[in-house]
Design a protein around this ligand. Structure first.
Ligand SMILES: CC(=O)N[C@H]1[C@@H](OP(=O)(O)OP(=O)(O)OC[C@H]2O[C@@H](n3ccc(=O)[nH]c3=O)[C@H](O)[C@@H]2O)O[C@H](CO)[C@@H](O)[C@@H]1O[C@H](C)C(=O)N[C@@H](C)C(=O)N[C@H](CCC(=O)O)C(=O)O
Ligand SMILES: Nc1ncnc2c1ncn2[C@@H]1O[C@H](COP(=O)(O)OP(=O)(O)OP(=O)(O)O)[C@@H](O)[C@H]1O
Length: 498
């Protein structure tokens, strides 16, 4: 690739080019990681990170960088190589990496799902449906990545940075994968991690309060989510939960949008929801007037939405709804999402593990639990550290409203004092209702299991599938489900001995 091609490709992003000597060198490769730089490469200096210093730019020049792309001024009279100043270095990174990889998304059918809650469930379900149809599908998300058949668990990000994402797309295209289904977080949209991709289908599940540490306001968070729809291919379709999102806000033509929900105006309308401990039945009325009976092992009204989202996405991909509904019936769910710990039921109570860590998810979770339980709901939960402090008392309020006994405990305290986090949550708790504060998560779970009587349900929220608690920068092994099993084993073995 020639330098002039880079400038042309970046188009309006370019502010000016410094140090140009009129030559048009050939670039061997585009990199944004100094550890990978080779002589002849063009280097992208990402704003606000490692590259605040001109010393680094001098070092890059010394190591053979042929040109730099930068957002922040590089003030040094030692730099002789061209510097292309751009409005946004992360966007430049996304566009240039994709160009270098020859736009692999063009060879794939790409599906991006955004929203505060439900992304993992919807994307995993869509992959399950495509797998059932023996279609080759890569998946990128919070719990696990499957890239061209290779599985990697506990990824660092829900949506990886542009260099990694481009590599995943390229690998999938090279291995003749047909579909690429991914979660798109608001961080990814704000940080341009997906700006190089064009999607065949973009879907949005809901937008409720979260991440207001990163986004300056709810409006900013909401509008960032909607940016996904600016990334649709010309023939692309938008799939929208019309009970939760105003379709007038979606920046595409109405005939490109498929909606779903309980509301009468939804294209894919959910009706007659029946829920039991082992799954749900409901009807889906399609825009073509057909009425399908759906069975899913997923539980909760929120999951009826997630299933309807998957049905609409599959319609956008031109699959027959009846076959899609058959495939849905064999989906067993995502680990840590309304997951029963079966070992508990033999003692007469139930234990549920769920990843709810936003006020809306917690409310949906507890309302679902209420529909299934005859006794009390004993809720164990907390809130993550170094993230959206404002949601903590709201979660406390929701907990008081929809559960009977609350045990506040540590989630991922990160760099915060766990007791201070719990004080924030406690602010929202109704003090007239029984609650305990037990920062140690193992002890909190153990107490909940001791308090549980027959017919009660212990709901352990916030960590879901996660295998670690993050304390400072350390990952402390901890899995809620395994912990429950371990505690039950010890407690009840002891009782049996008496
Ligand atoms: C605050 C934030 O979002 N940080 C993200 C950001 O990191 P960063 O840019 O600060 O740092 P970096 O990747 O270490 O380095 C920046 C640049 O320096 C370069 N570098 C670095 C070191 C070096 O020696 N040489 C060098 O050249 C790197 O190659 C890179 O180009 O870019 C990285 C690559 O894309 C992300 O992995 C990282 O996510 C961190 C781990 C993170 O925790 N992010 C969270 C907030 C997040 O994004 N979460 C959402 C999901 C949210 C949800 O719904 O729950 C997600 O999509 O994951
Ligand atoms: N459609 C929905 N509406 C509201 N809450 C939901 C919905 N789907 C799932 N949830 C709740 O959110 C939790 C996380 O679900 P899921 O992992 O599918 O969402 P996500 O968007 O991927 O979350 P994250 O971005 O935190 O990884 C679930 O455990 C459940 O409590």
């Amino acid at each position: 690739m020639k330098l002039s091609h880079v400038i042309e490709l970046l188009g309006d992003l370019v502010l000016e080019t410094a140090n140009s000597d009129g030559t048009n060198p050939e670039i061997s490769s585009i990199v944004s990681n100094s550890r990978l730089l080779k002589p002849g490469d063009l280097f992208i200096c990402i704003k606000g990170t490692y590259f605040n210093s001109h010393i680094l730019a001098e070092d890059l020049q010394e190591k053979g960088a042929i040109a730099l792309v930068a957002e922040e001024p590089i003030i040094s009279n030692q730099i002789k190589i061209p510097i292309i100043y751009v409005k946004n270095s992360r966007k430049a990174e996304a566009l240039l990496f994709m160009e270098q990889a020859d736009h692999p998304y063009e060879k794939l059918v790409t599906v991006g799902v955004t929203g505060t809650n439900g992304k993992t469930t919807v994307t995993t379900l869509v992959k399950h449906i495509l797998d059932t149809f023996e279609k080759k599908c890569s998946l990128v998300g919070t719990v696990v990545n499957y890239i061209a058949g290779k599985e990697s668990r506990n990824p660092k990000n829900t949506t990886p940075g542009a260099p990694v994402l481009t590599k995943y797309l390229k690998k999938s295209a090279e291995e003749n994968y047909e579909y690429f289904v991914m979660e798109v977080s608001s961080h990814a949209l704000a940080m341009h991690r997906v700006s190089g991709i064009k999607f065949d289908v973009g879907a949005i599940t809901n937008v409720t309060r979260d991440h207001l540490d990163f986004h300056e306001s709810f409006e900013d968070y909401y509008s960032t989510k909607l940016r996904l729809f600016n990334l649709l291919k010309p023939s692309g379709r938008a799939v929208v939960n019309s009970d939760r999102i105003n379709i007038a806000d979606i920046p595409v033509q109405r005939d490109q949008i498929l909606t779903y929900g309980f509301g009468n105006e939804s294209d894919y309308r959910i009706e007659h929801l029946e829920m039991t401990r082992s799954g749900m039945y409901f009807s889906i009325i399609t825009p073509f007037g057909s009425n399908h009976k759906v069975y899913t092992r997923l539980i909760g009204q929120h999951n009826a939405y997630n299933v309807a989202a998957a049905i609409a996405i599959m319609e956008a991909l031109n699959y027959d709804t009846a076959h899609v509904i058959d495939a849905i019936s064999t989906f067993t769910g995502v680990p840590g999402r309304f997951e029963f710990v079966e070992e508990a039921s033999k003692y007469g109570f139930e234990v549920i593990i769920d990843f709810a860590h936003t006020p809306d998810a917690l409310e949906k979770l507890l309302k679902t639990a209420k529909r299934l339980v005859e006794g009390r709901i004993i809720l164990v939960f907390g809130a993550g550290g170094n993230a959206d402090r404002g949601k903590r008392p709201i979660m406390g309020e929701v907990a008081s409203k929809f559960s009977d006994v609350i045990i506040l405990t540590s989630d991922d305290p990160k760099h915060e004092d766990p007791e201070e986090i719990l004080k924030d949550v406690e602010e929202g708790i109704d003090k007239l209702k029984p609650y305990l504060v037990i920062p140690d998560r193992k002890e909190a779970i153990s107490t909940a299991l001791t308090l549980a009587n027959r017919q009660d349900m212990v709901v352990i929220a916030g960590r879901g599938h996660e295998d670690f608690q993050v304390v400072d920068d350390n990952l402390i092994p901890f899995n809620d489900k395994e912990m429950v099993k371990q505690i039950l084993d010890v407690k009840f073995r002891r009782l049996a001995k008496r």
